[in-house]
Design a protein around this ligand. Structure first.
Ligand code: PLP
Length: 217
């Protein structure tokens, strides 16, 4: 457990997969964590963080950004369309582009604010009715519509079904990205990031293995 241990495991997984050292970006998922845990990780040099809730991130990160140079914030949670403005102001990357209404709101904000966040399309690889994301079949059409709006998504993101082997989902996401010429893959969490790296993840989202269990109190 802890940041150094995770960084070592990432480096080992990169080597095992025959991938270049440093080719995987670690997103430290700090949602709901006590501030002192996040500060410890900042003091240890981590600069890329993931958050799930716009409001929570707005409360925490402006202060840390004043104190620590080079912070990069990734939105990894479901994004309500009425939060698109704040999300574009705050985040350097959005992993959860999952519907046309949100694409339209983001396109307008990106234009108005002159910002250029990295965009990932969330894919519902398990075809789960309760889960957000574009279905695999609908991805080419959705991507074309995003591009018509002036958006340039660079990657795909998935959250595999909890009760299944994640590897087939990672492979599906990798194949979809290759078919659609998208270079980035956001996949892998605390329990399965090494498997995700073996399948080509460029961005892994690791929370509890760095910070400890989240207490939703
Ligand atoms: C919370 C969360 C994570 C981190 O989960 P851990 O199991 O704590 O590593 C990663 N991705 C998403 C989308 C999340 O919501």
């Amino acid at each position: 457990m802890g940041l150094d241990d995770i960084k070592r495991r990432i480096a080992d997984a990169e080597v095992a997969a025959g991938r270049a050292p440093g080719s995987v970006t670690l997103i430290a998922v700090s949602k709901v964590q006590p501030p002192e845990r996040v500060e410890t990780v900042l003091l240890n040099g981590q600069r890329v963080f993931g958050e799930n809730y716009v409001q929570e991130a707005q409360g925490k990160w402006p202060g840390w950004r004043d104190r620590f140079d080079g912070v990069e914030l990734h939105m990894i949670g479901p994004l309500q369309s009425n939060k698109a403005k704040q999300a574009v102001q705050l985040f350097d990357a959005i992993h959860t582009l999952d519907r046309m209404s949100l694409a339209r709101k983001l396109a307008a904000q990106i234009r108005d604010q002159g910002r250029d966040p990295l965009l990932f399309i969330q894919v519902n690889t398990g075809d789960e009715p309760q889960k957000a994301g574009i279905l695999a079949d609908e991805l080419p059409g959705f991507l074309a519509s995003c591009r018509d709006l002036g958006l340039s998504p660079q990657g795909l993101m998935c959250i595999p079904p909890e009760d299944q082997d994640p590897v087939p989902h990672f492979r599906l996401l990798r194949d979809l990205a290759a078919q659609n010429d998208l270079p980035l893959l956001s996949m892998g969490m605390s329990a399965d990031f090494e498997a995700a790296i073996a399948e080509g993840a460029t961005h892994i989202r690791v929370g509890s293995a760095i910070f400890g269990q989240r207490d939703y109190g």
